[in-house]
Ligand binder design. Structure first.
Ligand SMILES: NC(=O)c1ccc[n+]([C@@H]2O[C@H](COP(=O)([O-])OP(=O)(O)OC[C@H]3O[C@@H](n4cnc5c(N)ncnc54)[C@H](O)[C@@H]3O)[C@@H](O)[C@H]2O)c1
Length: 283
């Protein structure tokens, strides 16, 4: 029996609840939103299609196996970067930390700036660090894979670093030479990849929800994922959480430290680290 709770049931929380039920990952759902009629509407919409128990009692969150933290403000065409959401979403993360007291499952952090809130929940709340995993890298990697495919390169892309402007696509792992100007052009495209969706339909939904449910499934199966975690010295990084390859289990996370980066990637990684350390110091 797997129970998935969604703390915040807007576009992302609602869709994660639906997809996790649809794929048979969740046997039970808990839906909580500060906008109670919305949580209730999401519940009704799901149970009109599927026979699954859905609680809207926030007290049930603590008994869930997974809790998706997707409460808070999202980007709009006027909010250019995820980091710009920090001040507005920090009080919401603090409120969520109160609600998560006694929660013993895995917290999947989605709300942006996701890497900072992953750090916040891992380092500054009553949760154990091993309970906290940030989501973003699998989506960024999928977008990188698509960008490569559109250029006629059928390779699986990996994106580490910040889920944001300082993301680091690993060109050196592709086994082909991609000239620096082409790398920069692809990176610029990746940075802007969700804006047409935000402009066209107010926010991303299907892509993130699909990968969030896949990530929970991979955690269950002990498979390697790209996720945000406090680096704690891995790759000589400290003082922030950022996208890294890791195997996440019930006992915590084991970061894969075997990757080697080329000079372009090292420079981008350093910029990501310095940027994230600055914001993590503010939580
Ligand atoms: N990490 C990723 O890859 C990724 C992808 C997409 C979106 N996001 C982020 O996820 C967050 C949610 O995005 P969305 O599109 O679902 O937004 P949304 O506006 O559709 O939903 C957010 C919900 O949070 C609720 N909420 C606000 N304060 C709350 C509180 N204190 N307690 C409970 N619920 C509260 C709102 O009522 C709303 O329903 C945003 O920060 C967005 O930037 C991250």
């Amino acid at each position: 029996m797997t129970t998935v709770a969604c703390l915040g049931t807007g576009r992302i929380g609602g869709e994660v609840a639906y997809v996790s039920a649809l794929k048979g990952f969740a046997d039970e759902l808990v839906l909580f939103d500060i906008n109670e009629p919305l949580a209730h509407a999401q519940k009704l919409d799901i149970i009109h299609g599927m026979d699954i128990p859905v609680s809207t009692n926030p007290a049930d969150i603590k008994d869930a196996d997974y809790c998706i933290f997707s409460a808070g403000y999202s980007r709009s065409p006027n909010v250019k970067t995820r980091a710009d959401l920090f001040d507005k979403n920090l009080p919401i993360a603090r409120e969520a930390a109160e609600q998560l007291k006694g929660f013993s499952g895995k917290l999947i952090v989605v709300t942006n700036p996701m890497d900072i809130f992953t750090w916040y929940f891992a380092k500054h709340t009553e949760l154990d660090e091993g309970q906290v995993v940030g989501f973003g890298g699998l989506l960024d990697s999928s977008r990188f894979t698509l960008a490569l495919h559109n250029m006629g390169i059928d390779k699986k892309g990996i994106v580490l670093g910040e889920h944001g402007e300082h993301q680091v696509p690993l060109f050196s792992k592709l086994g082909i030479d991609v000239p620096l100007p082409v790398r920069e052009e692809i990176l610029t495209g990746l940075r802007g990849s969700s804006m047409p969706i935000i402009k066209g339909k107010t926010g991303t939904v299907f892509g993130p929800a699909y990968h969030i449910v896949s990530m929970m499934d991979k955690i269950e199966k002990g498979r390697k994922i790209i996720c945000s975690l406090p680096a704690n010295g891995a790759y000589e990084i400290d003082g922030c959480s950022l996208g890294l390859p890791a195997v996440v289990t019930g006992n915590g996370a084991k970061i894969d430290e075997s990757l080697r980066f080329d000079p372009w990637e090292k420079e981008k990684f350093l910029a990501a680290t310095e940027f994230l350390q600055g914001l993590c110091r503010r939580v």
